[in-house]
Write a protein that binds this ligand. Structure first.
Ligand SMILES: Cc1cc2nc3c(=O)[nH]c(=O)nc-3n(C[C@H](O)[C@H](O)[C@H](O)COP(=O)(O)OP(=O)(O)OC[C@H]3O[C@@H](n4cnc5c(N)ncnc54)[C@H](O)[C@@H]3O)c2cc1C
Length: 338
C-alpha cells in the first residue's frame, strides 16, 4: 500500500513538473524471468527528452534506474522506489557505415545481429539467441565464453547522471569478463549509442554461424523464463558444472527452480518471487563454496527497492525474509546426488 502511494506521488510529480508522460507498470512485464513489483516507468524517445529526465532527477535528488531488455535484472518483489528509464524511439535506430554498425542503446541485440547478416558483416554471431538490448549488452559485456559485445565497441556515447554528455573511444573503454570497467566518475552513466567494428564476410557464412550458435544455445539452455546464467564462471571452471556436482539440478524453492538442463539457470517455474531466486542462488553459492572453496559471483544484477545492486555475499537472506527452508541455510551442505 505504502509503495503504491509513493509511486503515485512520484508519477504525479513527474507529470506536473517534468511534464512528461509516465506510467506505473509491473516490473515482471519488463523482465524475461517475469518477476518484480510495480515501478514508475518513463520511456524517452530522443536525446532532448533523455537530458530533461536526467537533469530533473539530478536536481530533485531522485533516483533513476536504467532498464534495457530486463534479461539480466532480478527486480525486487516490492517494486522500485526509483524511476525506471527505458530508451525508446530514436534510441532503437541502427545503421551501417562501411564495416561499422551504429546502434542506439535501446535497439534489440537481435536487430543488430539481423543487420550484420544482411550486410555480410561478421563478429556478432555470438549474440544469436541472446535476449536484451544493446545498452545492457555493452554494459554487461554480454557474450559467450570470454568474449563479449563491449570488445567490439569503437565509440560509445554516454550521459552521466549529472547530465553531462560525452563520447568515449575504444582506448578509453575497458571491457572485462561480463562487465565494463568505467572510470569511477562515470559509474551509473547511461549508454546512448555505440559504434561497433565488424569485419566483412559473406552473408551465407554469417547465417551459418548464427544458426550454429542458436543450436548450441537451444541444446544447452532451458527454455523456461530465466535471466540466463546466474553466476559468472570462476577462472578455468564452469559455474554450471560446479552447481550440478553439488546435486542441485532440479532443486526448488517457492516457485523457483534450478534448471535440470543447465544448473547455472534458475527458472521461474511457478509464480516465483525474487526472494525464491535469491534463496536458490544463495544455496548454490554456499554449497559450491563448502565443497570446493570456490566463491561464485553473480552475473545477474539483483536490485533492492532503491535499485541498488545487492551482492549475494553481503547478506544471507532476502531483506526482511526469514528462511523458509532449512536446506537453504547458508553453510549447510546437502549430500550431493552424484
Ligand atoms: C535465456 C537467456 C540466455 C542468456 N544468455 C546469455 C549469454 O549467453 N551471455 C551473456 O552474456 N548473457 C546472457 N544472458 C543475459 C542477458 O541476456 C544479457 O546480459 C543481456 O545483454 C542484458 O541486456 P538487457 O538489455 O536485457 O539488460 P538489462 O537486464 O535490462 O540490464 C542489465 C544491466 O545493464 C544496465 N543497462 C541497461 N541498459 C543500459 C544503458 N543503456 N546504459 C547503461 N546501463 C544499462 C541495467 O541498469 C542493468 O544494470 C541471457 C539471458 C537469458 C534470459
Amino acid at each position: 500500500m505504502l509503495i503504491n502511494e509513493a509511486l503515485k506521488l512520484t508519477s504525479d510529480l513527474l507529470r506536473q513538473k517534468l511534464k512528461m508522460e509516465n506510467s506505473i507498470e509491473a516490473l515482471s512485464d519488463l523482465s524475461t524471468i517475469g518477476i518484480g513489483g510495480p515501478a514508475v516507468i518513463i520511456r524517452v524517445k530522443n536525446e532532448a527528452q533523455l537530458s530533461q529526465v536526467v537533469n530533473f532527477h539530478a536536481q530533485e535528488g531522485l533516483k533513476l534506474a536504467i532498464i534495457g531488455g530486463g534479461s539480466n535484472l532480478l527486480f525486487p518483489d516490492d517494486g522500485l522506489l526509483a524511476t525506471g528509464l527505458i530508451l525508446d524511439g530514436d534510441f532503437k535506430r541502427i545503421s551501417v557505415r562501411n564495416n561499422y554498425i551504429e546502434a542506439g542503446a535501446g535497439a534489440a541485440t537481435a536487430k543488430i545481429l539481423e543487420l550484420s547478416q544482411s550486410q555480410a558483416l561478421t563478429g556478432l554471431e555470438f549474440l544469436a539467441g541472446l535476449p536484451g538490448r544493446v545498452g545492457g549488452a555493452v554494459m554487461g559485456n554480454a557474450g559467450a565464453k570470454n568474449h563479449g559485445l563491449a570488445e567490439l565497441v569503437e565509440e560509445m556515447e554516454l550521459i552521466t547522471l549529472q547530465g553531462e554528455n560525452l563520447c568515449l573511444k575504444r582506448e578509453e573503454i575497458y571491457p572485462v569478463y561480463r562487465s565494463l570497467n568505467l572510470p569511477e566518475s562515470l559509474r551509473g552513466s547511461i549508454i546512448k549509442k555505440v559504434v561497433l567494428a565488424l569485419r566483412p564476410s559473406e552473408a551465407d557464412l554469417v547465417a551459418k554461424k548464427i544458426a550454429q550458435e542458436r543450436k548450441k544455445r537451444h541444446d544447452s539452455q532451458p527454455s523456461g523464463p530465466s535471466l540466463g546464467c546466474v553466476f559468472k564462471n570462476p577462472p578455468g571452471k564452469s559455474a554450471g558444472q560446479l552447481i550440478d556436482s553439488c546435486g542441485l539440478k532440479g532443486e526448488t524453492f517457492g516457485g523457483a527452480e534450478i534448471s535440470d538442463k543447465h544448473a547455472n539457470f534458475i527458472i521461474n517455474a511457478k509464480m516465483a518471487k525474487a526472494s525464491d531466486v535469491w534463496m536458490l542462488a544463495n544455496l548454490a553459492r554456499s554449497q559450491v563454496y563448502q565443497k570446493y572453496q570456490i566463491e561464485l559471483f553473480p552475473e545477474i544484477k539483483i536490485w533492492d527497492l532503491k535499485a541498488q545492486e545487492l551482492s549475494l555475499t553481503q547478506i544471507d537472506y532476502w531483506p526482511g525474509q526469514e528462511p523458509k527452508s532449512q536446506k537453504a541455510k547458508r553453510g549447510q551442505v546437502k549430500t550431493p546426488k552424484i
